[in-house]
Design a protein around this ligand. Structure first.
Ligand SMILES: Cc1cc2nc3c(=O)[nH]c(=O)nc-3n(C[C@H](O)[C@H](O)[C@H](O)COP(=O)(O)OP(=O)(O)OC[C@H]3O[C@@H](n4cnc5c(N)ncnc54)[C@H](O)[C@@H]3O)c2cc1C
Length: 605
């Protein structure tokens, strides 16, 4: 019998922590249908033909400050194929893809290197504010052009003095005397697509407002100056500039939503951006690993392909297992967002309301997968470079470009530190303020349930031990965070190091459970694609093995940081009971996963 109860309302963000989700309640990537996979293939073909086809050395040397014409030519080709229209509803001449198919699209477009950022800004942060919050007139005026690529879009939130603290921006808007226009003054920084955008979603404060408002600003309004293209570590072919507003006149009808609603808009758009970034991270990681496996098979040293060496198999096995687990969590989240959207529509919400609310519901999961997707990508591109040895360091293979490009994903769409803190803060809010999640109640019950946890985990056919590991990671979070909350009270928010420990345990609970449920669902449903089930099981187990170690470390860190005396001893003992060794052979599992991919000559899960 499971410790956690079955969900009363499965579509509750964050509820995975206190409820026992069944495998048939989650979506797994093996369930994508032919149409969805067709979109993936079409986007992949575009990347391979139009971008990789230029030659990797050329792509690696492309820089927005020097190659704008070529970059815009690729933008136009993508537009002709309809790649800018994915998130725009059909009534505004878009494809109107559901959210999860949009994530699959993001996974595929990650193979476009810097262009993924360019296309991402167009299809996500640059246009979704209008899709979600625009009036009918605004939608009709801008969305068809954005969908066709004729209108190029950008999102201007960040300023030199306001990055993570986005609501502190100084850009100002005042109504003119005739009350026909807002006069915009200020400076935005790091604006993707800024060098060529026709339309900017600009966040500014009206008069002395405490909160931002959002505006649709056309370059043609005048009063806009652009800075030079930034010289960056990576994503060099994407345009990134400063944008200066000098008495830019914005018609009043271009205010998005209500006055003072801009910060809310910005945050909700970021929920979507975070999930898409996570899917892109999975795509980029799979691509990097794929390249590394192929290279390892053909590169010989000491008279044998380097893929035969255990040290190389370690890196491949580790990366593939991480990608498998993260991918499971990404599409589980996307599907739940779509289901919540459907439920809200049935209750009478408009399309836009349902989109915003469904994303808002899963803000915790979006923050978790953003962090995981970006850190997976960093690992995979770093180790892919290492597997390529000196060739990885050369521009010719494209691997160094991937390594540099990956680094931004831990910074934008909210830094990973902000997202870690946000995941815990949002969960706490739902437990303490809105009482949607019964954290306290579940946490208090745990000590009594610990008897019987002394037996070491052993991996068996029925995945019982793995189920217990996932439950225990959840229990560890509830137990330690609950005790720390009681001990530190409101001071806990100032102890960010401890909050980050909690964020890591929380994330592992979600990622591990997603990987486990995927394997369980596959094992139960023989009509699903069973390819590599055994390898997938090994990847899941390997991920759990690693995660358990991270949970143990984060848990001890938290306890050793906040507790003292008898409480410290008791809490450490309880954590030990919850995270005993998981008796698997990690070397064999890594080899199993790696050898399957080596034999397939590429990423094969
Ligand atoms: C290439 C690129 C493209 C971008 N594109 C866009 C775009 O299109 N539109 C747009 O509006 N913005 C864009 N950005 C901006 C991006 O979103 C910000 O860089 C990001 O939000 C971080 O802000 P910051 O750079 O000011 O860093 P800061 O906020 O100064 O953060 C610096 C460090 O301090 C940490 N930190 C900050 N606050 C806290 C806190 N409260 N607690 C703990 N740690 C904290 C951060 O995690 C980080 O490690 C882009 C940035 C880059 C580099």
């Amino acid at each position: 019998m499971s410790y956690f109860k079955l969900p009363e309302e499965i579509l509750k963000g964050g509820s995975f922590l206190v409820e026992d989700t069944k495998s048939d309640e989650v979506f797994i990537p093996e369930e994508f249908n032919e149409e969805q996979l067709g979109i993936y293939d079409m986007v992949k073909d575009f990347c391979l033909k139009e971008i990789h086809g230029l030659g990797i050395l050329k792509v690696a040397q492309m820089d927005a400050s020097k190659h704008m014409d070529e970059i815009l030519a690729i933008f136009d080709k993508a537009s002709e194929l309809g790649l800018m229209s994915v998130a725009i509803p059909e009534e505004y001449e878009g494809l109107g893809l559901d959210f999860n198919t949009g994530l699959l699209y993001s996974e595929a477009i990650s193979m476009a290197f810097s262009f993924a950022t360019t296309i991402g800004a167009q299809t996500s942060i640059g246009s979704l504010p209008i899709v979600y919050y625009g009036t009918e007139e605004q939608k009709k005026k801008y969305l068809p052009g954005i969908a066709s690529g004729e209108i190029k879009a950008a999102y201007a939130l960040t300023e030199p003095s306001s990055g993570s603290d986005a609501n502190s921006g100084k850009t100002n808007a005042t109504l003119n005397k005739a009350k026909t226009h807002y006069i915009l003054n200020g400076q935005k920084m790091w604006i993707t697509n800024g060098g060529f955008a026709d339309v900017f979603i600009v966040f500014a404060k009206i008069d002395d407002d405490k909160n931002l408002s959002a505006f649709i600003v056309e370059k043609a309004f005048g009063g806009i100056e652009l800075g030079a293209e930034e010289k960056k570590l990576g994503i060099k072919a994407s345009s990134t500039v400063q944008v200066f507003f000098n008495n830019c006149e914005v018609p009043v009808e271009n205010l998005l939503s209500e006055r003072g609603e801009g910060f809310k808009i910005a945050l909700n758009i970021l929920n979507s951006g975070r999930a898409k970034l996570a899917a892109g991270g999975v795509g980029g990681a799979k691509f990097a690993l794929d390249q590394a496996i192929k290279y390892a098979n053909q590169r010989e040293q000491f008279g044998t392909p380097i893929s035969s060496f255990g040290a190389m198999k370690y890196k491949i096995g580790q990366g593939v297992a991480w990608a498998f687990a993260t991918e499971s969590a990404v599409y589980r989240t996307g599907y739940n967002i779509d289901r919540k959207y459907d439920a809200l529509r049935e209750e009478g919400a408009t399309d836009s309301e349902a989109k915003v609310k469904s994303l808002r519901e899963f803000a915790i999961e979006c923050a978790i997968i953003k962090v995981q997707g970006s850190e997976l990508l960093d690992y995979a591109t770093d180790e892919a470079l290492q597997i390529h040895g000196g060739m990885g360091y050369s521009m010719e293979t494209g691997i160094e470009m991937g390594y540099r490009d990956a680094r931004i994903t831990r910074i934008y769409e909210g830094t990973n530190e902000i997202n870690r803190m946000l995941s815990v803060a949002e969960l706490t809010k739902r437990a303490m303020q809105t009482k949607e999640i019964n954290l306290m109640g579940e946490g208090k019950k745990i000590p009594a349930h610990l008897i019987g946890e002394l037996i070491p985990f052993r991996s068996g056919k029925k995945l019982k031990e793995e189920t217990r590991i996932v439950e225990n990671i959840k229990k560890a979070f509830l137990l330690i965070s609950g005790a720390a909350g009681r001990s530190l009270g409101k001071k806990l928010v100032d102890e960010q190091e401890i909050v980050m420990n909690f964020a890591d345990i929380l994330a592992e609970a979600f990622i591990c459970e997603s990987a486990l449920l995927r394997v369980k669902k596959l094992a139960k449903n023989k009509d699903l694609d069973q390819k590599n089930l055994d390898i997938k099981k090994a990847a899941m187990r390997l991920y759990l093995y690693e995660a358990l170690d991270r949970v143990r470390k984060a848990g001890y860190d938290a306890i050793n940081s906040y507790a003292s005396g008898a409480e410290k001893i008791v809490m450490r003992r309880l954590l030990m009971l919850l995270t005993p060794p998981y008796e698997i052979n990690p070397k064999s599992l890594r080899r199993k996963v790696a050898e399957a991919c080596i034999e397939a000559d590429g990423y094969c899960l």
